[in-house]
Design a protein around this ligand. Sequence first.
Ligand code: ZN
Length: 378
Amino acid sequence: MSETIYQVCTNCVMDTTDPEIKFDESGRCDFCDNYYNSILPSWHPDEIGAKELQTIAEKIKKDGKGKTYDCIIGLSGGVDSSYLAYIVKEKLGLRPLMVSVDAGWNLNVANENVHKIIKALNLDLYTIVVDWEEMKDLQLAFFKSQVPYQDTPQDHAIFAGLYNYAAKNGIKYVLTGGNYSTEGVKPPQEWTYLNDIRLIRDIHRKFGKHPLKTFPLCGMFKYKLYYRYFKGVRVIRPLNMVPYHKDEAIAELEQKFGWQQYANKHYDNILTRFYEGYWLPKKFGYDKRKAYLSSLVLTEQMTRQEALDILAKPPYDEALAMQDLEYIASKLDITKEEFIELMNSENKTFRDYRNSEKLLKSAIRFAMRVGVEKRNFR
Ligand SMILES: [Zn+2]
């Protein structure tokens, strides 16, 4: 393998730890190009967006007449979904059913946030509890597979749980907290990979013990094609149509609901905290904060220097990492030593397993060409 020279973008903080990154002569990366050339021109968190959102809200209300709920929102307790709940109920006057998926790893602070929002906004909450034996089995299979993407079992359960519920119950509108403001730079494929059900099944087949009987599964084609065109499920991202600044949203949530912040994006969850703060950086050299911080830099919510200063510090405390490691090991019914052995074993990627990369990539490229997907994807 040839040695790559380390390079960091001169405009954001993405760097050559993404092996696919490209730079122009001025040292600006392709995430930046994608942001300025593809996302920014079509992104309207202003009067245009407000008007568009109002039109969508009227349509949702009309279609939902006579139903208990006119839309559905997945609520994690994080800033994006909490702020979305607030906008949708208070500003748009919609009647969302809130759905939370309990995959077993949430910290109390996230659950408390969920309940604060529900109570203050007088919303109904439906909680999907993922069968723990299946969740545990799939998670341990993923750790044994040695791939970077240890958030896949949990994220997939949350995603599939929500969409399967919406489709089954005839709810036509799924409103998500997805947004360009905090997620404009999508973590690269080498760090996070894709929603690939074939990979999930293959890893489970090789390393799992229990059959997945009730575990929520939803492949990209079921989601993008079957649910969209046969079940009529539409996905709306309201946070892209309103001004959305992370710090201001947090301040508003704290003040209105007593909502509580946690250290980093996605650190509302022990598994995610360990995976993003330890497994990925220690084992693979990938630091997802680079993508999150780059989004904030590009949207001028933070300077590049501020982002670099944050990155100069470790993602999380070593002592807390060890504590989380022990906790995760005990929840997965393995010893600390066995878990450390997993940490030290040979790294693998999706390429070492059966996967649908080619098919999924061509589908995403098609979505980008017709303008449905704007974020960078190679
Ligand atoms: Zn850049």
